[in-house]
Write a protein that binds this ligand. Structure first.
Ligand code: V47
Length: 408
């Protein structure tokens, strides 16, 4: 899938859009239990306001409520307490280096077998070219993941990172899901720790959160049989954290899983963050049925998307950030979600091959401009903050960019 070659530099000072800076709809920091209309939510509200940990049953009650307004107020009370009115975004570039994959997950429209129509793989040179465009356009991050490629050796990946690091020392390399890491360990006959150390040495900055799907054996066997199971995924992220590699986490929701299975997934993440901290954010991924083997399913509704984001904020009390990845939730809903616990919108993306909401639109060019991201954030009542991958503030300078401040 050829990528466009244009590279538009980001202006040193993105134009602030002409929208009024509203106050958030709710002054979330000032809510009290009396504001909560659904009586079933009041004991949970008490816990949240007392900063106590929620149980699985609490999570279920949050999903069950029809009082969306109160759910949003509660999620936002946590979000505002952590981040005030900041809403984060980054200037990044996703690279899906190949869709050739040894797995056949039913939810995945992206994967192809070798020789199958639509199968592709980028050469290292092509990836360098995309990285050059990204750097030129002001990106601070390359987010690079792909399928489980059956014949590329592990040295190809370490060589790729080494070269990218040399070519663009400022670009953060957020690469390879736990599923790919497990695959690298198999093909190289190295341990997970050795693989991660070799990648870190080569220039890996952090790991994305993909491949987690739903931590449940029933769902696993029905929808992504053959893939790494939950204990393997969690173990790889634990090892990464032990090695000082920050990671993200995801959950793929809205297919055949139950709400209870989602809650159990979040609790497993919360437990790992407690014992071996290192997760930066949770990214709840809204299932896109188009073109997949589960295309008969309707996918989550907007209401379910909003609930999932808010419940994630409330259950994951030890996760700093909740990200709405606009490719999945759409930009409009992601904007609304800023008032439901979300504090991060991912980034400019530019090109994303794994999913596209509008089927049949040909290429996978999916890009947001900085101006548009900032406009939507401001209109929702928040202050746009450009961050790097590690959530430090980015300051644009006439010649490029630099890290301005460290966030807790
Ligand atoms: O692992 C695949 C999911 C993930 C579909 O870490 C699908 O910052 C919905 O992990 N419908 C890749 N989801 C994306 C990902 C990600 C995205 C943005 C930011 C970060 C981060 C991580 O996409 C896969 C899989 O779970 N996926 N197919 C689908 N049809």
């Amino acid at each position: 899938m050829p990528q466009p070659l244009e590279a538009k530099p980001v202006s040193a000072e993105p134009l602030l859009p002409a929208v009024e800076l509203h106050q958030p709809a709710v002054d979330a920091a000032a809510i009290s239990v009396a504001d909560i209309r659904d009586p079933a939510l009041r004991p949970i509200a008490e816990k949240i306001l007392a900063r106590q940990r929620l149980s699985a049953d609490d999570g279920m009650a949050l999903f069950a409520t029809r009082d969306l307004h109160s759910l949003g107020m509660l999620a936002n009370s946590v979000r505002v307490a952590r981040h005030g009115r900041k809403a984060f975004y980054n200037i990044n570039r996703h690279i899906n280096y190949s869709n050739i994959c040894a797995l056949s997950c039913k939810f995945c429209e992206f994967q192809r077998k070798r020789g199958e129509e639509g199968a592709y793989e980028y050469s290292a040179e092509k990836i360098f070219e995309i990285a050059d465009q990204a750097a030129l356009s002001g990106a601070t991050e390359l987010h690079m993941v792909g399928g489980l490629h059956p014949w590329l050796p592990f040295e190809w990946y370490t060589g790729l990172l080494t070269h990218l690091r040399r070519r663009h020392p400022q670009l953060h390399l957020k690469c390879f899901t736990a599923i790919e890491i497990d695959h690298f360990a198999r093909i190289s006959r190295l341990s997970i720790k050795e693989v991660l150390l070799a990648l870190k040495e080569a220039g890996l900055g952090s790991m994305p959160g993909g491949g987690a799907e739903v931590f449940d054996d029933r769902v696993h066997d029905e929808v992504f049989k053959g893939k790494l199971r939950s204990d393997g995924w969690l173990n790889i992220h634990r090892t990464a954290h032990e090695l000082g590699i920050r990671t993200n986490a995801t959950i793929l929701y809205g297919h055949i899983e139950t709400r209870r299975e989602r809650i159990d997934h979040l609790i497993k993440l919360r437990q790992l963050q407690e014992s071996d901290p290192g997760f930066q954010c949770i990214i709840p991924l809204s299932f896109v049925p188009n073109g997949s083997d589960l295309a008969n399913l309707p996918g989550p509704t907007g209401l379910e998307d909003i609930k999932m984001l808010a419940v994630s904020r409330l259950m994951l009390d030890n996760f700093p950030h909740v990200k709405a990845f606009w490719i999945m939730q759409t930009m409009k809903l992601s904007q609304v979600s800023l008032n439901f616990g979300v504090d991060d919108l991912d980034g400019t993306v530019v090109w994303y091959d794994i999913t596209k909401r509008e089927a049949g639109l040909g290429n996978r060019h999916q890009e947001q401009t900085v101006d548009n991201i900032r406009r939507l954030i401001v209109e929702a009542g928040y202050l746009p903050v450009e961050r790097d991958t590690l959530y430090r503030r980015v300051e644009r300078t006439p010649g490029g960019w630099r890290i301005a401040e460290t966030f807790a």
